[in-house]
Design a protein around this ligand. Structure first.
Ligand SMILES: [Fe+2]
Length: 244
């Protein structure tokens, strides 16, 4: 669109003034967008939904650069997510809609945004519901707890000399267990914490951002794991696991 600065407005000739008039609809559209991004924000600086999506999109676009650092990226979008206004009408509507499906005996998923560079999904658990251990090949993930309370454990594949592993099994090291409450966040990257499991202590709603998003290839490469209930001898966080 045409852009006009203050000086141009103050020194307009009649033809230029008429030009501005023709540009008014787009100027109004710009003002409306700016208002949407800034005007309705709570005073604590929280981000509303559209501003949040655009900020994540800008960061997610950097994945195509050679220098993309996944750890920095998940930290950056975590900071953005901590600023997300959880009472934003768009998010509240989506959370209210998915809540109608709560008592169906399984975890609910609903995409709120699917873009080339990332996707954003609501995930809802009833109390006690579990997502078994699984990986996210080549992906980063950021999980924001929007309501409820959920335990998450993350694992990394490891190899240990002198440890004999049962045939068809591998070793997974538990690298963290956290109980997430409202506004708390868990992250994973392609190289760290990529395998996780979740168990809801209360009815819980999560906002998940996957970067890059799932596609057919990533879904095919994804694995579910069965973990031995007890760690291997002498290691409190190392388990035998079998990809299913
Ligand atoms: Fe996951």
């Amino acid at each position: 669109m045409d852009e006009y600065d203050r000086r141009e407005f103050l020194s307009l000739s009649l033809p230029s003034f008429l030009g501005v008039l023709t540009a008014l609809p787009s100027l109004c559209a710009l003002a409306t967008r700016a208002n949407a991004a800034e005007g309705r924000l709570p005073e604590d600086g929280a981000m509303h939904w559209e501003a949040f999506l655009e900020a994540v999109s800008k960061e997610a676009g950097k994945q195509h650069l050679d220098a993309w650092n996944q750890d920095s990226y998940v930290q950056t979008i975590s900071k953005l997510a901590r600023r997300l206004h959880l009472e934003d009408p768009t998010l509240l509507d989506a959370l209210a809609q998915i809540k109608t499906r709560l008592v169906n005996g399984k975890v609910d998923f609903q995409y709120l945004e699917r873009r080339v560079d990332f996707s954003l999904c609501l995930v809802q658990f009833d109390e006690g519901e579990i997502i078994r251990p699984h990986d996210h090949p080549g992906m980063t993930g950021m999980i924001l707890c929007a309501s409820g309370e959920i335990e998450t454990s993350n694992y990394d594949p490891i190899e240990m000399a002198n440890v004999k592993v049962s045939e068809g099994h591998q070793l997974l090291k538990r690298v963290g267990t956290t109980v997430l409450k409202k506004n708390e966040i868990s992250t994973l990257t392609a190289k760290a914490r990529n395998i996780h499991t979740l168990k809801a202590h209360k009815p819980t709603q999560l906002v998940d951002i996957f970067t890059p998003p799932y596609d057919k290839e990533k879904i095919e490469k994804s694995n579910w794991f069965s973990l031995s209930p007890d760690p291997i001898t002498g290691q409190k966080d190392v388990f035998e696991a079998k990809a299913e």
